[in-house]
Design a protein around this ligand. Structure first.
Ligand SMILES: O=C(O)CCC(=O)C(=O)O
Ligand SMILES: [Fe+2]
Length: 208
């Protein structure tokens, strides 16, 4: 795992091909177990209740959820009420390798994008500990990832995130606006169906 790390901006790194083919297969298979234990759910926008186009689940001690009551982290699945399943070892290893942060991640958000799904420009700011980065891993079809600055009106640019790519959103870029414009359906054969999985590993609470 010695893929070059490209700095897109200070603290914002793209690591193309971070996971090799065998690691992508292992992670895909581990996530099948995750989704069996914690089925994908459809998050809804705060206040309006409008459904997201991505479906999601989580693993780790905490999971990110969104509904009419707002965005938040919680220890249980919003539909089944069960605790989230553990993070796969490979996910934890990627954090240790990429995060440059001395405490473990508490949440791993798993986003499932069908071919038509997207994610609007947003900041990840529901974590009380903004010293830790967000580490992202992508599997399946390539996505067009858009990012800008820490203010919504800042100019943006986009890059492709392919299966196996990692992104680290940290340091001075921890609060950059980012989102997914679209998925290039059929660009990968890793998954059974067209679509993309993105994992984001997060430290939620400041270490004691
Ligand atoms: O799918 C991605 O690459 C980004 C996901 C994201 O920004 C998020 O879950 O907050
Ligand atoms: Fe995000």
């Amino acid at each position: 795992m010695s893929a070059p790390r490209l700095a897109l901006a200070p603290g914002l790194l793209h690591v193309p091909g971070y996971l090799d083919g065998a690691a992508q297969v292992r992670l895909r298979d581990a996530l099948r177990e995750t989704v069996r234990a914690a089925p994908l759910f459809t998050p809804r926008m705060p206040r309006t209740g409008k459904p997201f186009s991505v479906r999601m689940t989580n693993c780790g001690a905490l999971g990110w959820v969104s509904d009419e009551g707002g965005y938040r982290y919680q220890p249980t699945h919003p539909v089944t009420g069960a605790p989230w399943p553990p993070m796969p070892d490979l996910v934890r290893a990627a954090w240790d390798d990429l995060a440059a942060y001395p405490h473990p991640p508490e949440a791993c958000l798993v986003n499932w994008y069908e071919a038509s799904a997207k994610m609007g420009l947003h900041q990840d700011r529901d974590e009380a500990d903004l010293e830790a980065p967000v580490v992202s891993l992508s599997l399946g079809d390539t996505a067009i990832f858009r990012f800008g600055g820490t203010e919504r009106k800042a100019p943006t640019r986009s890059i492709r995130l392919a299966s196996g790519d990692a992104v680290v959103i940290g340091g001075p870029s921890r609060l950059v606006f980012h989102g997914i414009d679209r998925i290039l359906a059929g660009s990968s054969t890793l998954l059974d169906a067209p679509g993309r999985i993105n994992l984001t590993l997060r430290r939620v609470t400041p270490p004691a």
